[in-house]
Structures are given as structure tokens and as C-alpha cells.
Design a protein around this ligand. Structure first.
Ligand SMILES: Nc1ncnc2c1ncn2[C@@H]1O[C@H](COP(=O)(O)OP(=O)(O)O)[C@@H](O)[C@H]1O
Ligand SMILES: [Mg+2]
Length: 239
């Protein structure tokens, strides 16, 4: 089994004039297929920085990130972009759906950018949307969708195709509890099927869906809690 995600000595320092802001410091983290890892901690502790580095959206000052065996820092820009399209699903805090595309077209886009023919892309996007119970509204444009429906489309886009690493930064932020639980259930189910996920949340109820909870403090790993409670897995599989 290949470790899906591996960080070693991961450090990100921002420079602000003469000042240094240490956003992340010496983080080591491995995530295996099937694992859902929650990242918690106060605002400003480095959660989003960790996710951005994990997805290759930001580059570390020191240390390394490997995704599906490839060291991100060694990839040329086109290879990095391809790796992200094929292996990494990212759910942003601000969703980033394209307003001029319908729901299903938003989900098809990463596949089409990867050279997959439209008919195949449409079929795979349809499956991803089915998995989030979104088929009834997939033909609508983002501004015709509720917050919860938009969130489901964004999740489908993150899960479509062969993605093995799901990165979600407070993905239930704008949702009520019921919709929020539906999103967690979808991510948990995908992990039970073999993906790995890194989920930023400050809700202990959401962290309860994780196999492991990593708490950050001032950019460092402050505590790691292994969860042996199989309830989250059971709930997810009796959907
Ligand atoms: N581009 C940047 N320039 C300067 N400081 C930044 C930048 N991005 C993040 N930071 C700082 O790094 C720290 C960690 O930020 P972040 O990862 O966004 O925290 P979190 O997501 O846990 O709230 C914070 O102190 C933040 O102000
Ligand atoms: Mg953040």
C-alpha cells in the first residue's frame, strides 16, 4: 500500500518586512489509504497553510510533501498541475465554482482539462454527482443552487475520477448541521472506499468522523489523537 500523503519537516515561513511569520513548523504527517485525518486548532495556527502545501498550491520554506509517492517540490509546473488534477481533490472554503458553468460542467472540468473526452467526463461527473445526491440539480448554474447544493457540487468536483487525496478546508462552514453531516458522510464513505482525506474543522462533532485528529498550535503539531471508535465507519457504511 502506498502512503497517499507524507510530510516531513514541513515548514512555511512568511516574510513581512523584517519580521518572520512562522505559519507551519516541522510538521511530520503520513496518511494511508482509507484514513480520514482531522486537523484542528485555533484560527491562525496553520491549518490552511498545511492544506495548501499538501495540495501543491503553496511551496514550503523547508521540508517536503509527497503525494502518491511523488515529491511535489521535484515536479515541474505542468507535472504538478497534472498530479493535482488526477490525485488531489480540494474543497475550498469559498467553493470556487465557476458561475458560467452548470453544476455538472463544473465537475467535468478537471477531467476535460486532463484530456478526457467529453462523453466520458460527463459520465464520470454524473457518477460523482450521484454519490452526493446531486443529480436533481446538476444541470443548474451555481447561482440557482442553495448553499448546501453548491457545497455538494464542490464536493463532487473534489471526488470525481481517480482522486486519492481529498483536502477539505472547513467544508461545512456555511451549512446547517444536517447538510454538514451529509458532507462528512460523503467524505467518510470515500475514505472507506480507499481514499485518504485531510479535513480542517474546529467542530469536535466533525472531528469524531476521523480516524486521527491532529491539533496544531502556532504551526506545530500539539497533539495527535487516534480514534479506535468504529462508529463513524459504521454510520457511514449504513447510509
Ligand atoms: N500570505 C501570508 N503572508 C503572511 N502571513 C500569512 C500568510 N498566509 C498565512 N499567514 C499567517 O500564517 C499563520 C497561519 O495561517 P493559516 O494557515 O491561514 O491559519 P488557519 O487556517 O489555522 O487559520 C497566521 O498567522 C497567518 O496570519
Ligand atoms: Mg484557515
Amino acid at each position: 500500500m502506498t502512503t497517499v500523503f507524507s510530510a516531513r519537516g514541513l515548514t512555511r515561513i512568511h516574510r513581512d518586512g523584517a519580521d518572520q511569520i512562522v505559519a507551519l513548523a516541522d510538521v511530520d504527517l503520513d496518511i494511508e489509504p482509507g484514513e480520514l485525518v482531522a486537523v484542528t486548532g485555533r484560527s491562525g495556527c496553520g491549518k490552511s497553510t498545511l492544506l495548501n502545501l499538501a495540495g501543491g498550491l503553496d511551496q514550503p520554506t523547508r521540508g517536503s510533501v509527497r503525494v502518491a509517492g511523488a515529491e511535489l517540490g521535484s515536479l515541474r509546473p505542468d507535472a504538478l498541475a497534472q498530479m493535482r488534477r488526477r490525485h488531489v481533490g480540494y474543497v475550498f472554503q469559498e467553493l470556487n465554482l465557476l458561475p458560467t458553468l452548470t453544476g455538472i460542467e463544473n465537475v467535468m472540468l478537471p477531467l476535460e482539462l486532463d484530456g478526457i473526452p467529453t462523453a466520458t467526463a460527463r459520465a464520470r461527473a454524473g457518477e460523482a454527482i450521484e454519490a452526493v445526491d446531486g443529480s436533481g440539480f446538476a444541470a443548474r448554474f451555481p447561482d440557482q443552487l442553495s448553499g448546501g447544493q453548491r457545497q455538494r457540487i464542490a464536493i463532487a468536483r473534489a471526488l470525481v475520477g481517480t482522486r486519492t487525496l481529498i483536502l477539505a478546508d472547513e467544508p461545512t462552514g456555511a451549512l446547517d448541521e444536517i447538510n454538514g453531516e451529509a458532507i462528512l458522510r460523503i467524505i467518510r464513505t470515500r475514505c472507506n472506499e480507499g481514499a485518504a482525506a485531510l479535513l480542517v474543522t474546529h467542530d469536535p462533532g466533525q472531528a469524531a468522523w476521523a480516524d486521527r485528529v491532529v491539533r496544531l498550535r502556532d504551526g506545530r503539531v500539539d497533539a495527535v489523537t487516534e480514534r479506535s471508535d468504529p462508529r463513524a465507519v459504521l454510520i457511514a457504511t449504513t447510509r
